[in-house]
Design a protein around this ligand. Structure first.
Ligand code: FAD
Ligand code: 2HG
Ligand code: ZN
Length: 471
């Protein structure tokens, strides 16, 4: 066990019972590091409340005793936000037992669930009533709704449906002092004062514990058309995106970009993956249309791409002819994270830019990185339709820790300075966590940072919520 006072253990036990505590060192291990193997720490104890009342009781105890708390969902985060520090003093509050779907209202197009519900289970529950929950991430089988909201997750359908924030109508939150904010409203309009819901979304466990949420459902699409295209440069894909938006409107659901080195990495490291196009192209896009009625969707995509081919903005394209082919195309896109993990140590940049600024950014960032290190391996891919690039730099697996730290600082400065110059964001969808905390501080204006700190201070005066993360 870590540094846990016996009196605190007795009180936590009284709050959650045997089933709610993990005290054994080996059993705690999975909660103490992240899936990337990048961060690890030590918890004093792992507490797994079964309901909101138990969560509130735990937070009351932690507030009174000034005990730091790291809330954890599926532990799939990419920024080290759910990993305790090395002190052994932090309690990990795992939400995985609170996984009930509390209510589904097809007429109101809403679903209410607990924070520990897996994203994939929520998607399935929506489908059972012929509705659609559109949040979609590579980690959807393991990540939780609480984690999705706490990080304001994005994924592959933001272009059409928005990010986690846009898909949430109401929240139930246990505050750092153990009080419960009952904000589970299923309303699309509610202007009764400051928007507390939006304050907790994206707060990465630093302001309170999300225990339940009302999520917005959509009509279920019954048809989809998918294509893979190859292009000479990224500006051509930006142009294609605008053309498809004009022609297909809301039917355009996903527009994902994969650079040639990203595709090569997957082909090398993920089995059963084949290149969709014969020729070599500098950039690729995976495009998906979807609709609640099927008529003419594939034809619309085909004619749109034929026009782009005729104009020369696209070099080659293939339309998926079956569900299996569609799945294979998405497998390529979703395999990039895994391929990076196998191939090396990734210096990750999760950036957002105005779409019109992307081509200039890529040209400038590529050139600046190459000027510093001519053989640099840039794995650039992501949600081009949202202006969100995963502009990663891959170092060899055996890079020593000090060289990695030095290279990270250098690459961050080059990439993030260019992002800042284009008025972009250094954290688009993965959260700040511990990975980007100092970077965020570097780029935020004093006024913005001061406002954030005042909010933090007023909600969490004892500074017990996820210390060392975000702020
Ligand atoms: P965790 O990792 O457990 O926690 C993340 C943060 O949220 C931590 O700061 C934690 O303290 C806080 N938190 C968790 N639950 C709560 C709660 N109930 N109340 C308050 N705070 C809480 N992300 C994207 O946005 N887009 C992608 O396309 C994407 N693709 C991915 C692909 C793969 C293969 C993997 C492994 C991850 C991917 N991710 C992606 C990252 C990750 O899945 C998301 O950040 C996800 O939202 C995290 O959910 P989680 O339940 O695992 O949260
Ligand atoms: C994705 O879009 C994820 O696949 C992961 O957000 C990005 O591995 C990454 O850098
Ligand atoms: Zn992503």
């Amino acid at each position: 066990m870590g540094n846990l006072h016996p009196q605190l253990l007795r009180r936590l036990h009284a709050a959650v019972g045997d089933a709610g505590l993990v005290v054994d060192s080996a059993a705690k291990t999975p909660y103490e590091s992240d899936w990337l193997g990048k961060w690890s720490g030590r918890s004093s104890i792992v507490v797994r409340p079964a309901d909101t009342a138990q969560t509130a009781a735990v937070m009351c105890i932690c507030h009174e005793t000034h005990t730091p708390v790291v809330t954890q969902g599926g532990n799939t985060g990419m920024s080290g936000g759910a990993t305790p520090d090395a002190s052994g003093a932090q309690v990990v509050l795992s939400m995985v037992r609170m996984n009930a779907i509390r209510a589904v209202d097809p007429l109101n197009n809403t679903l209410t669930c607990e924070a520990g519900a897996l994203l994939a289970h929520v998607q399935a529950a929506a489908q059972e009533v012929d509705r659609f929950f559109p949040l979609s991430l590579g980690s959807e089988g393991s990540c939780t709704i609480g984690g999705n909201l706490a990080t304001n997750a994005g994924g592959i359908a933001v272009l059409r449906y928005g990010n986690a924030r846009a898909l949430c109508l109401g929240l139930e939150v246990v505050l750092p002092d153990g009080r419960v904010w009952h904000g589970l409203r299923a309303l699309r309009k509610d202007n009764t004062g400051y928007d507390l819901r939006d304050l907790f979304i994206g707060s990465e466990g630093t302001l309170g514990v999300i225990t339940a949420a009302v999520l917005k459902l959509s009509p279920r699409p019954v048809a989809r058309a998918t294509a893979w295209v190859g292009a000479r440069d990224i500006q051509a894909l930006v142009g294609l995106l605008a053309q498809l938006q004009a022609r297909c409107g809301e039917r355009l659901v996903a527009f994902e970009m994969i650079s040639a080195p990203s595709l090569a990495l997957i082909l090398e490291h993920v089995s059963e993956v084949r290149a969709p196009l014969a020729g070599g192209h500098a950039f690729h896009a995976l495009i998906e249309l979807a609709d609640t009625q099927g008529e003419g969707l594939a034809a619309l995509l085909e004619t749109s791409l034929e026009q782009a081919l005729a104009e020369g903005s696209v070099q080659d394209a293939v339309l998926s002819a079956s569900g299996a082919q569609t799945q294979a195309l998405w497998q390529i896109r979703e395999g990039i994270s895994q391929a990076q993990l196998r191939a090396g140590k990734a210096i990750k940049h999760d950036i957002a830019l105005p779409i019109s600024a992307i081509a200039d950014f890529v040209q400038a960032a590529d050139a600046a990185l190459r000027a510093q290190q001519p053989a640099v391996r840039i794995i650039n891919f992501g949600h081009l339709g949202d202006g969100n690039l995963h502009y990663n730099v891959l170092l060899p697996l055996d890079t020593p820790a000090e060289s990695l730290a030095q290279a990270t600082a250098q690459c961050n400065r080059i990439v993030h300075d260019l992002v800042a110059a284009a008025n972009g964001s250094i954290s688009a969808e993965h959260g700040v966590g511990q990975l980007r905390r100092d970077e965020m501080r570097h780029y935020k204006s004093p006024v913005e940072f001061d406002l954030m700190m005042r909010i933090k201070q007023s909600l969490d005066p004892n500074q017990i919520m996820n210390p060392g993360k975000l702020v």
